[in-house]
Design a protein around this ligand. Structure first.
Ligand SMILES: C[S@@+](CC[C@H](N)C(=O)[O-])C[C@H]1O[C@@H](n2cnc3c(N)ncnc32)[C@H](O)[C@@H]1O
Length: 182
């Protein structure tokens, strides 16, 4: 009886965490597996980069890209930011078994509050939402350094894509300069 009650409570907690926009303002959908190679290509993986997945979900993209980097012997840091505690647990468990785990950092945070460590060159990956992408991009443009944004599925309003790649879904690549003073 107690076990059943605990199970129901756990199930309710999962429903609340996944269903309430206050906990997870963008719903969890993983990027399509068949697009992962194109996403890694759009990231233009090379030595010295930091790759940040803004809302990493279960790590579909970040772990794939980290495997690619390891295969090519590239020195790249990966940061998986996620707000949903259940997905953070999944990320931490998957990280434990990943061969490049020492290069992968899992951060439980709201990406609107997260502050990056200094880095020469960052690539942000975002599978966001049309109503939020421009707000996210504006925040990213405040960060110093040479930064790019790879946006899956949805373009960013107000920014011109440097590159567009057609997979099952579209992939947009943006150079993130600071906004000019009006
Ligand atoms: C569409 S899914 C993309 C998952 C993963 N990036 C992928 O492409 O497979 C969006 C993810 O962003 C997370 N998320 C939404 N708002 C967030 C926020 N403010 N801070 C951190 N993560 C957030 C959600 O919990 C969800 O896992």
């Amino acid at each position: 009886m107690v076990l059943l009650l605990l199970l129901i409570l756990a199930l309710l907690a999962v429903i609340v965490i996944f269903a309430f926009p206050a906990v997870s303002p963008i719903p969890y959908y993983p990027s399509r597996h068949r697009d992962l190679g194109l996403i890694a290509q759009a990231m233009d993986l090379h030595d010295g980069q930091t790759v940040v997945d803004l809302g990493a979900g279960d790590g579909t993209v970040v772990f794939f890209a980290a495997s690619q980097a390891q295969r090519q012997r590239l020195r790249i840091k990966f940061v998986a930011i996620e707000i949903n505690p259940i997905l953070v647990m999944a990320l931490l468990i998957r990280r434990l078994f990943h061969p490049a785990k020492k290069n992968i950092q899992v951060v439980w945070a709201d990406f609107f509050r997260w502050q990056p460590n200094p880095a020469n060159e960052r690539v942000f990956y975002l599978y966001g939402a049309p109503w939020l992408n421009d707000k996210i991009a504006n925040r990213l443009r405040q960060f110093p350094g040479k930064n790019r944004l790879v946006s899956y599925y949805y373009p960013v309003a107000g920014l011109t894509a440097q590159q567009r790649i057609q997979g099952i879904n579209r992939i947009f690549v943006y150079q993130l300069g600071r906004r000019r003073q009006q």
